[in-house]
Design a protein around this ligand. Structure first.
Ligand code: HEM
Length: 366
């Protein structure tokens, strides 16, 4: 169901709504540029990804980009870091003593649960109003509800709600943080930034609403995304469980053991990539172009995982990233992307790997 909900055909049909979300992002950044205000990069990008996922997967009109009130994204932001902290905590202190942060987390979970229930209720109302929508359902949530309503389907409402929450969490932080890392790395690599800007300005005629065809031509911007994910994979640890006993390297492993895979080891090793520490998007360009290393690179850098549980949102994520970059580089020049200490951004692993404290200033292009 999830794979079907995010396949390229479905994402293409959703494209006009993605254009609308990116226009709202441009509007938000235009206001910041006019008022000479620094942009809290991750927070804004998370608004962009929440609005996108809610529209695509749930058919819901969520507009966090044009609202500064208590929006769902601010509550979602609390969940991953708290989950990470609790997973790594040797003692489950929160079961005996609730701190202010624990109480805030409970409030955030209640808000997110109520938003999830709202998405499901809205979808049910739409489906009841037009029973034809069941054939075929228009988005992932409607597919799940239609399946849950089939007698003996084995899917109940709590599973539907659980999947809605998974989509929100899996689709928000990952894409937003990858975009934030990409903007940071481009700012620190002016040659690559110039080449990406030139590509956007050459390919995209009307920067107010890039078309799908134009985004597909942004091969250098896409190479920047792959290079960013090689250096800064936002999910740097993937947990896999052995189905049967096996030997991995020279270690015997029993069945049913959880294995933490550190996926960045080889992708930043000079044994696997020439000048591995450098940001060189060219290596991801089509074979034959100068610097291209693609066939080898794809087997070493696997930011979306691999195998049957590989990320189903990868096509959407790349499209969202190209759309945001086209919107940004087409409409603005970057004045600065600052970190709190002026150095390369620190990595904070809070379930996903986040760059700490990026502030961006933009200038509207003439
Ligand atoms: C740059 C953006 C993204 C990255 C780097 C990323 C990365 C990953 C990784 C590493 C996994 C685990 C794969 C494994 O276990 O082998 C995963 C799973 C998943 N991702 Fe993404 N993801 C991104 C964007 C998205 C988006 C936009 C969605 C859409 C909602 C999404 C939905 C999911 C879901 C539902 C799973 C669980 C799949 C399963 O367990 O079968 N992801 N992702």
């Amino acid at each position: 169901m999830v794979m079907a909900g995010f396949d390229p055909g479905h994402v293409r049909r959703y494209f006009p709504a993605l254009q609308a979300v990116s226009q709202r992002l441009v509007g938000r950044w235009q206001r910041a540029a006019e008022q000479c205000v620094a942009i809290d990069l991750q927070a804004d990008l998370m608004r962009y990804t929440v609005d996108t996922i809610a529209g695509l997967a749930f058919g819901a009109q969520v507009n966090t980009l044009e609202s500064d009130d208590d929006v769902i994204q601010q509550h979602l932001d609390k969940i991953f870091p708290a989950l990470n902290k609790r997973i790594l905590s040797p003692v489950p202190i929160w079961r005996f003593m609730r701190s202010a942060a624990d109480r805030q987390l409970e409030r955030s979970i209640a808000e997110v649960n109520s938003a999830v229930a709202g998405f499901i209720a809205q979808a049910r109302r739409r489906m009841q109003a037009d029973s034809l929508l069941r054939e075929p359902p228009r988005n992932l949530l409607e597919v799940m509800i239609a399946a849950a309503d089939e007698p003996g389907s084995g899917i109940d409402d709590s599973q539907v709600a659980g999947n809605v929450l998974t989509m929100l969490l899996a689709g928000e932080d990952t894409t937003a943080n990858t975009l934030a890392w990409m903007i940071h790395l481009l700012w620190r690599n002016p040659r690559a930034l110039t080449r990406a800007s030139d590509e956007v300005r050459r390919v995209v005629g009307d920067v107010a609403s890039p078309t799908l065809d134009q985004l597909e031509q942004l091969s250098y911007v896409e190479a920047c995304a792959h290079e960013t994910m090689r250096l800064k994979p936002v999910a740097p640890i993937i947990l896999l469980e052995t189905l049967h006993a096996m030997t991995i390297g020279d270690v015997q492993v029993p069945a049913g053991l959880m294995i933490s895979n550190l996926i960045r080891r080889d992708s930043v090793s000079d044994k696997c990539f020439a000048r591995a520490a450098a940001f060189e998007p060219e290596r991801w360009l089509a074979e034959g172009e100068p610097g291209a290393q693609v066939p080898a690179a794809k087997h070493i850098s696997m930011p979306f995982g691999a195998g049957p549980r590989m990320c189903p949102g990868r096509y959407l994520a790349l499209l969202e990233m190209k759309m945001a970059m086209a919107a940004m580089l087409g409409n603005f020049d970057i004045e600065s992307v600052d970190t709190p200490d002026g150095q390369e951004a620190h990595e904070r692993l809070a379930f996903t790997m986040t760059p700490v404290g990026l502030r961006m200033r933009l200038r509207r292009r003439a």
